[in-house]
Design a protein around this ligand. Structure first.
Ligand SMILES: [Fe+2]
Ligand SMILES: [Fe+2]
Length: 276
């Protein structure tokens, strides 16, 4: 199966990029499933049920998040009621929401037809999606992502070998170590949070697709999706500033991962950077 992962969607420019570009990418790559990090989709900070609905309508199957998950109070409704919305797994026990989910994926493109019974019949496979947050240079300090992810992966593997992980973290060292730690256990580990796409996509020795950071989907003529001037002013003065979402050079960033349906191992990973 082929999965598109979309890096952090920033504000309305990012949402527009998803709405406009996802149908084209779906056709070009023959996608079976789409996962998107939505932690910045509401005006650059957090997510609401209405915005999640927009992304689902645009063709996103599962939305992951990260440290910005709490920025809009309406997120509580999503965490309570929407199984397709994930928050990092390693929040303390009792935190609303879930860090993983198992979803059905349709594979096999041709329809069943009585006269041509030899045609491939679509079958449903299961994919597990897992969202975990790093601890190095990240707030708040969460439980150990390595030990908790491994326990969760063991549980998920009882139902499917196809497991996709969004590791939301800052430090490249923590991200690479995490990918190596889960190599063979999961189909893919793709990083989010830095908003800067890295060029290290690879299949690790035991079959896990890996990319340190998918980048972000939104306006790239700015600082990580925000207007430049207030960010510079903040660095110059140390005073808090209002960071408006930037406007120009909108790109959809992410990666397409092809996974062997039987073994759950990755066959190919390809970075995506698509101009709106
Ligand atoms: Fe983040
Ligand atoms: Fe982000």
């Amino acid at each position: 199966m082929k999965i598109l992962f979309i890096g952090d969607i920033v504000g309305s420019p990012g949402r527009n990029a998803v709405k406009t570009l996802l149908p084209k990418l779906r056709e070009r790559h023959a996608l079976n499933f789409v996962i998107a990090n939505g932690e910045n989709s509401a005006g650059g900070s957090g997510i609401t049920p209405k915005i999640a609905g927009e992304l689902f309508d645009a063709g996103v199957d599962v939305i992951t998040s990260g440290d910005h998950v709490w920025d809009q109070k309406e997120v509580m409704e999503l965490l309570a009621n929407e199984k397709r919305f994930l928050r990092p797994l390693n929040y303390p026990a009792g935190t609303p929401g879930q860090g993983s989910g198992i979803f059905e994926v349709k594979v096999g493109s041709s329809r069943c037809d009585d006269r041509t019974a030899q045609r491939a019949v679509p079958t449903n496979l299961l994919i597990a999606v897992l969202n975990v947050q790093g601890r190095t240079f990240m707030q708040p300090p969460l439980d150990n992502p390595f030990t908790l992810a491994l326990e969760e992966v063991k549980r998920l593997r009882e139902r499917t070998k196809i497991i996709f992980v969004d590791f939301h973290a800052e430090a490249t060292s923590e991200k690479i170590a995490f990918g190596r730690f889960l190599d063979e256990q999961v189909s893919a580990v793709v990083g989010t949070h830095t908003h800067v796409q890295t060029a290290d996509e690879q299949i690790l020795p035991h079959g896990t697709a890996y990319l340190t950071d998918a980048g972000f989907t939104g306006p790239h003529d700015g600082c990580l999706g925000r207007e430049i001037e207030p960010v510079i002013k903040r660095f110059l003065t140390g005073m808090p500033q209002r960071f408006e979402v930037a406007k120009n050079r909108v790109l959809l960033h992410g990666a397409v991962v092809e996974i062997d349906d039987t073994s759950g191992k990755a066959i190919k990973i390809q970075r995506v950077s698509e101009n709106l």
